[in-house]
Design a protein around this ligand. Structure first.
Ligand code: TZP
Ligand code: MG
Length: 228
């Protein structure tokens, strides 16, 4: 899809299935490593990249813009959705496909008003936050739920909600639900069985020894040989 607007209107059903959340802090602050792993993950079949510059060395807007452009262009070359974590200004400047926000980030209705072209994902921790999110459901493309399991990647992560917590949010939600937090190859199947429409992770990808296998575990689809 060279025109992202065309892509957006024709979002594939599995658009949220396999999300790679990543920023420089997750790859030893190496820009080359970031570009390389995003390209490799796109080639391996992920469906969405969320560029998240958190918990590492401070980056200026111009630096994030320059890096984001490279990541965006790689994503689009592979028909992979490109989202920005939190940073609405950056998402707008990059003409990103969407923005992912947490509970303490920008207000969803305000984002939708300011940048109606952006798809929006919102993180919730529990049923109470899911209920609250229903007020802005019309603006949301999916709900992120987690941490489902313990994670060491996000330093300020709340206590994990487990598969039961995930299942409860899924049952209450009319939106696709994407699980995050300690998601990996070994628990991917159980997470899908608990109702997740998509799986998101940082370290499962940055520590993967074989991205194609990681993607296959996440999506539950067999590895296709000689696709197309
Ligand atoms: N939000 C909730 S947990 C988390 C984020 C960004 C970190 C996920 O990292 P990992 O390595 O996949 O557990
Ligand atoms: Mg956030």
């Amino acid at each position: 899809w060279t025109d992202p607007n065309v892509f957006r209107k024709q979002l594939p059903k599995d658009a949220w299935a396999c999300q790679f959340v990543v920023g420089l802090a997750n790859v030893g602050e190496s820009e080359q490593a970031l570009v390389d792993i995003v390209r490799d993950a796109c080639a391996a079949g992920i469906t969405l990249v969320q560029y998240r510059e958190k918990g590492g060395a401070e980056k200026t807007f111009d630096e994030r813009l320059r890096i984001g452009k490279q990541l965006r262009d790689i994503c689009w070359a592979y028909d992979v959705l490109f989202f920005i974590d939190d940073d609405v200004d950056l998402a707008i400047a990059l003409n990103a496909d969407g923005v992912h926000v947490g509970q303490s980030d920008s207000d969803v209705a305000e984002i939708a008003q300011r940048a109606p072209q952006l798809l929006i994902g919102l993180s919730v921790l529990n049923l109470a936050e899911e209920q609250e999110s229903q007020k802005v459901q019309q603006y949301l493309s999916y709900i992120g739920v987690g941490p489902v399991f313990a994670t060491t990647t996000k330093k300020d992560a709340k206590a994990p909600i487990g598969l039961k917590g995930l299942a409860a949010v899924k049952q209450a939600s009319d939106l696709p639900v994407v699980a995050i937090g300690g998601v990996g190859e070994s628990n991917a199947k159980a997470i899908r069985a608990a109702g997740a429409d998509g799986l998101a992770a940082i370290s499962a990808f940055t520590k993967s020894r074989n991205l194609v296998e990681t993607v296959a575990e996440f999506t539950g689809k067999d590895i296709k040989e000689n696709e197309e």
